[in-house]
Ligand binder design. Sequence first.
Ligand code: 13P
Length: 323
Amino acid sequence: MNTREMFKRAIAGGYAIPAFNFNTMEQMQAIVMAAVETKSPVIMQVSKGARNYANATILRYMAEGAVAYAKELGCEHPEIVLHLDHGDSFELCKDCIDMGFSSVMIDGSSLPYEENIALAKKVVDYAHQFDVTVEAELGVLAGVEDEVSSAESHYTKPEEVIDFSTRTGCDSLAISIGTSHGAHKFTPEQCTLVNGVLVPPPLAFDILHEIEKKLPGFPIVLHGSSSVPMDEVNTINQFGGHLEAAIGIPEEQLREASKSAVCKINIDSDSRLAMTAAIRKHLAEHPGDFDPRQYLKPARENMKKMYIHKIVNVLGSNGKLAQ
Ligand code: 13P
């Protein structure tokens, strides 16, 4: 399904839909198990990097398998969107639409304003013929997301959002209010030390509220919303990893954002951390194991636990299936 009805209900209900990235079968299984167990709608998203890694055709059929799997797990009417994350060209978006994706993102945020509009409109005009919904982006997030990277962030300018959404016809808008991609969202210097914990600067809720006022009821998307849980980072470092100064977005802030017009929250790095922590721990504790199932099973379990936590305790999308 596309995101249209899902987002309408999420805004009205004051919760957000989880958008989890996947590259592997174990991530896909964990996402589906978590969504079914919590009765949550879910967006399964793949980036250009995921398509390069896993093969576009395989991912597309994995998503179809995800729907069948959700039904097999007892969910009669699963709500699963297959979404392209950070499409960087019309051709890539078209390819995904032609392959059966129900939603795509065209990310022209690094382009000059008028070019961003022209590109997004071209994708919208094509996508809407097939009832595929389109996410566009205004403002730039810092950080590295597969092949998309930017050293600096530029907050979304609220004065541009009406013109942008009207002229592009996009269905949702990704904004920049202080989140960023990856597991190193802030330097320690940008944070304040509170009781021995580094607390990052708060998200720009004033900008979010201004945007909401200008576009009442319009679906807003937050990228870069991993919270980078310290227990996973510590496990990785305890068992041979080396992750320094990994800092994410505090979950209370994401909980607050979920209650607003923010109706899609993107989480990728937390899944990577959960998977890596479980694999490192397993291999360190069982040095004789060499069957991938032995370490991928706890990795899948750990990711599922993390997804359930996000759905229930952060985004509030549990129990929100239409039927
Ligand atoms: P994180 O790196 O914070 O998980 O963000 C992922 C994302 O925004 C994917 O588009």
